[in-house]
Design a protein around this ligand. Structure first.
Ligand code: GLU
Length: 291
């Protein structure tokens, strides 16, 4: 039997809260039960929002909780060259295109189109899909803009990508917290439109870095919050395009705040450091998250 490999992959852009604690502890419990491995990955591609202080806070909080993980820890910002190489492949295969419109320009374009009475399509997060205009730019115009240092992001051409992959794109989802029952979920990456695969300032995006790392680290079980359930469609598509192994997934329940809403990193009173300072023990945290 192959060893199951789990990972907990926080972003050091704020303090860990009860939601992270649940995810980390659940990964730990499942890895232990399965006799598998647990890896920690620092997802810090957003170098403007991620800081060494938050990263140090992650280690402190997880150690306090009693989590153990393998070392060395993979820090995404140390691996931009690897993501660049994968991106170059997609550029070479013309599956991505340079997208020049800024957020403001997209908004203005869509507002204009709304005035013409059309409902602009949105992704599952409610973000308007990227207008198709840049895809139609002649190569010479693309080259001219890039030569002039116009900022751009690389976006996946979703239609070209879909034409390339197997028609039954789906993933395995475990449907309970013991990894007991499994079902196949149909991936619907078209719902997300032409997603960004490399941002203006960095040669990757969340989706690209996650699929590359999950494959490279041999992750067999992705256990993460329900808020990423729909994003799995995009990741499944990228795995197919890049010929990467696919993990099985378990998207767990979210820990909600007293107001019934998803916890955010600015909610100080559910932050692990704040709870610790207020005298809570790791067992209290387990109780609070129902583990
Ligand atoms: N880094 C992401 C976050 O902190 C999690 C990514 C994942 O588990 O796939 O929300």
């Amino acid at each position: 039997m192959t060893l199951l490999t789990f990972r907990f992959a926080p972003s050091p852009n704020g303090d860990l809260h009860l939601g992270h604690a649940y995810s980390a502890l659940l990964n730990q419990r499942l890895a232990e039960t399965a006799g598998g491995r647990l890896l920690l990955r620092i997802e810090d591609i957003d170098t403007t929002r991620c800081t060494p202080e938050f990263e140090a806070g992650i280690y402190r909080d997880l150690e306090w909780l009693g989590l153990e993980w393998e070392r060395p820890v993979r820090r995404q910002s140390d691996h931009f060259a690897e993501y660049q190489a994968v991106l170059d492949r997609l550029v070479g295969e013309e599956l991505v295109y340079p997208a020049f419109m800024s957020r403001g320009e997209i908004r203005a374009y869509i507002a204009d189109s709304d005035k013409r009475g059309r409902d602009w399509p949105r992704d599952p997060d409610g973000v308007p899909l990227y207008p198709a205009m840049d895809k139609a730019l002649p190569i010479s115009e693309r080259k001219r803009r890039i030569a002039e240092n116009a900022p751009f992001a690389w976006r996946l051409d979703i239609e070209k990508a879909m034409a390339r992959v197997s028609s039954d794109l789906s993933w395995t989802e475990f449907s309970d917290a013991t990894l007991g029952a499994r079902r196949r979920i149909e991936a619907r990456p078209r719902d997300w439109g032409d997603v960004i695969l490399a941002r203006r300032d960095i040669p990757t995006s969340y989706h690209l870095a996650v699929v590359v790392d999950d494959a490279l680290q041999g992750i067999s079980q992705v256990v993460r919050g329900q808020d990423l359930f729909l994003a799995t469609s995009v990741q499944r598509l990228l795995q197919d395009l890049l010929g990467l192994d696919q993990p099985a997934y378990f998207h767990h329940r979210l820990i909600l705040g007293p107001d019934g809403r998803k916890l955010s990193k600015s909610l100080g009173d559910t932050g692990l450091a704040a709870l610790r300072q207020a005298g809570a023990s790791p067992d209290d945290v387990r109780r609070l998250v129902g583990l």
